[in-house]
Ligand binder design. Structure first.
Ligand code: PLP
Ligand code: COI
Length: 334
């Protein structure tokens, strides 16, 4: 494997975990080498988008151990997504055990320490079985597969540029706060428009007033004000990012910064010192420039990550790769 240039693309790894829910309960689950699923043409996941997923990473530490970053949080969020789409819950023990089984069975794909790459785990739940009516399925599949990954955007902490989209990704009382496929299918088109114009992805505004920042593609938004306050949007239609939650903790407890979760208006962009996207795949990606209605807003000169962003990135990734003591409960040995 070319560990330094993995990017974010599919690699077929050796094993994936599959468990089936039937007659009101999950089976034990198995590891299989087959990366194809055989499901009914009537599966609700296919017709009505009854499916949800997660994304988390396993990291190789200096000593060669493998560790997971906050998998209990992904387990909770998967259950929130399942609740919203009337799918069955998965216990935290089953979720974490499935992740550990997949890591162990695919250990040769866990990137070496120092490569800045990790093993991305993709748990998902889909409604299956013979259905046609618009209602929840009677059978489900829970699967976890893994892919070794590097950078989602440019890599390291090079800034990238975004354009504000006219399209919405989620309605205010819709499914924006859960991780369901529908939120992503509708983002392909605005993402293409942004990429065609040379941007890394687009920024979504609040669906009601189109004046406040919500999401940066498939990552949360944060910014640093001139007064060194860490700000990040508060909204019922954004995904509660585990990376963002961790950065809030780091900003408050390691960098002694004030944090505000609040409305961030597009009008405010010219007042902000640094801006960034954060997420499991995106890690921390500094934002060099945001274009909105032909107007360009540049952060920290546009070419380099700002000082606070660099510090946040260093502390977060040191914790994830085991080079710094983690706050209680953040790290699970794989
Ligand atoms: N927002 C969206 C829409 C996402 O898909 C993701 C990725 O999971 C995030 C934010 C970041 O969340 P997390 O930090 O939990 O990966
Ligand atoms: C993640 O960061 O885990 C995501 O799910 C974002 C994207 C790859 C869908």
């Amino acid at each position: 494997m070319d560990w330094a240039n993995l990017g974010f693309k599919y690699t077929k790894t050796d094993f994936r975990y599959i468990s089936v829910w039937k007659d009101g309960e999950w089976d034990e689950g198995i590891l299989t080498e087959d990366n194809r699923l055989s499901i009914s043409e009537g599966s609700t996941a296919i017709h009505y988008g009854q499916q949800c997923f997660e994304g988390l990473k396993a990291y190789r530490t200096k000593s060669g151990d493998i560790q997971l970053f906050r998998p209990d949080e992904n387990s909770k969020r998967l259950n929130d997504s399942c609740d919203r789409l009337l799918m069955p819950q998965i216990s935290s023990d089953k979720f974490i055990d499935a992740c550990k089984q997949v890591i162990k069975a695919n250990e040769r794909f866990v990137p070496p320490y120092g490569s800045n790459a990790s093993l991305y785990l993709r748990p998902f739940v889909i409604g299956v079985g013979d259905n046609i009516g618009v209602k929840a399925a009677q059978e489900y599949i829970f699967c976890v597969f893994c892919v070794p990954v590097g950078a989602y955007f440019k890599g390291d902490i090079s800034p990238v540029n975004f354009i504000v989209s006219d399209y919405d990704r989620a309605a205010s009382k819709g499914t924006g706060s859960v991780k369901v496929g529908g939120n992503y299918a509708c983002s392909f088109y605005p993402n293409k428009l942004a990429k065609d114009r040379g941007f890394a992805d687009c920024i979504y505004l609040d669906p009601q007033t189109h004046s406040k920042i919500e999401e940066v593609g498939a990552a949360n938004f944060y910014a640093i004000t001139k007064e060194n306050v860490f700000i990040t949007p508060k909204s019922e239609s954004i995904l509660p990012s585990i990376t963002k939650k961790s950065l809030i903790y780091i900003a408050q407890n390691h960098l002694n910064m004030k944090v505000e979760e609040r409305d961030i208006f597009i009008d405010e962009l010219s007042e902000l010192k640094e801006a960034g996207a954060c997420g499991t795949a995106a890690v921390i990606t500094p934002i060099g420039m945001i274009e909105d209605e032909g107007k360009q807003y540049t952060f920290n000169g546009g070419e380099e990550a700002g000082e606070i962003t660099k510090k946040l990135y260093k502390i977060l990734t040191e914790i994830q790769f085991g080079d710094r003591e983690a706050p209680e409960g953040w790290i699970f040995k794989a």
